[in-house]
Design a protein around this ligand. Structure first.
Ligand code: 8Y4
Length: 290
């Protein structure tokens, strides 16, 4: 068993794990603030959504209060705290699960850790002021993600000589900075950041390079769920990307597993993704193999 420690909890990563997305933002592109009613989040609806994801087989719940979609309104620290911390507290007291906080903000890292979060998922790879120290102080594992440029401009003109090499190089550098600051190598997850400053071609090249990323020796986190790369492949709007998303999740699982790596899939559609993984696992029983 390949175990990964999230504080007091351990997750078996000898098979792909599933992270369910909980958007605590009123302006999410994929689920459009469904949990909001007249300007504030409905906590009971939110807990219901989490309960469903856990019943469907999610191993981790990723809670985020900042929209990184291009053109999204910047959120103040107080606003982000007000969105995220009450949910972390409610989930901690109500469910036995691994809570991930999708944040780049030092204060959110500090307070979420105190409220029971077990993973820091930072699309800015701890580059914001104070974030690295907050992560060190929390003692929590961290997912380092690659992004070229900033959310408001990242899709304007993405450019790489060698996208796989540059993404791996960036993540290696952030890893070194984390190690030097006192985060253990066994506490790091790596993520190529699909859609973050990448064209469709960049995303697909990276997807085919997942084995190389897995070879860095850290579990890989992959987030392709409902993203525009799937919309581009299928010419489909965001409400019609379920099959494409699940297919891509399964292909990622196969790639990373072939490379003997570990994988966490960040998804909106937990039930369908878990079913696909279950069918794959059960049908690859070695007794019946070639
Ligand atoms: C439709 C659906 C269109 C979703 C866009 C999106 C990742 C992540 C996000 C990721 C990690 C998103 C917070 C963007 N993506 N964290 N966060 N990896 N680690 N966009 O790929 O889902 S938000």
């Amino acid at each position: 068993m390949k175990a990964f420690k999230f504080g007091s909890r351990t997750l078996d990563l000898s098979r792909p794990a599933v992270m369910g997305i909980l958007n605590a933002t009123p302006d999410s592109f994929s689920d459009g603030g469904q949990l909001y009613s007249n300007g504030s989040i409905d906590l009971s609806k939110t807990l219901q959504a989490i309960e469903t994801m856990l019943a469907d087989g999610a191993d981790i719940i990723d809670i985020g209060g900042e929209s990184t979609r291009p053109g999204a309104k910047p959120v103040s620290v107080d606003q982000e705290l007000a969105r995220v911390i009450p949910i972390v507290e409610a989930v901690t007291s109500r469910f036995d699960t691994i809570i991930s906080v999708d944040t780049s903000t030092a204060q959110v890292i500090n307070q979420a850790a105190a409220a029971g979060a077990s993973l820091i998922n930072d699309v800015r790879a701890l580059q914001r002021e104070g974030a690295l120290q907050a992560a060190v102080d929390s003692g929590l594992p961290v997912c380092l993600m690659h992004m070229q440029n900033q959310p408001d401009s990242m899709q304007a003109n993405p450019h790489y000589q060698d996208v796989v090499a540059e993404v791996v190089d960036f993540l290696r550098q952030r890893k070194q900075t984390c190690l030097a600051a006192g985060i253990g190598p066994e506490q790091l997850l790596l993520d190529p950041g699909f859609g973050f400053g990448k064209t469709l071609e960049h995303n697909l090249t990276l997807f085919n390079g997942l084995g190389q990323l897995a070879a860095e020796g850290h579990p890989v986190l992959v987030g392709v769920s409902r993203k525009s790369m799937i919309g581009q492949l299928l010419n489909s709007q965001v409400d019609n990307r379920l099959i494409g998303s699940v297919t891509m999740a399964l292909l990622a699982a196969q790639r990373v597993t072939e490379a003997r790596g570990s994988l966490i899939l960040r998804v909106h559609d937990v039930n369908e993704t878990v079913q696909a993984l279950d069918v794959w696992q059960q049908s690859s029983n070695k007794e019946f193999g070639k």
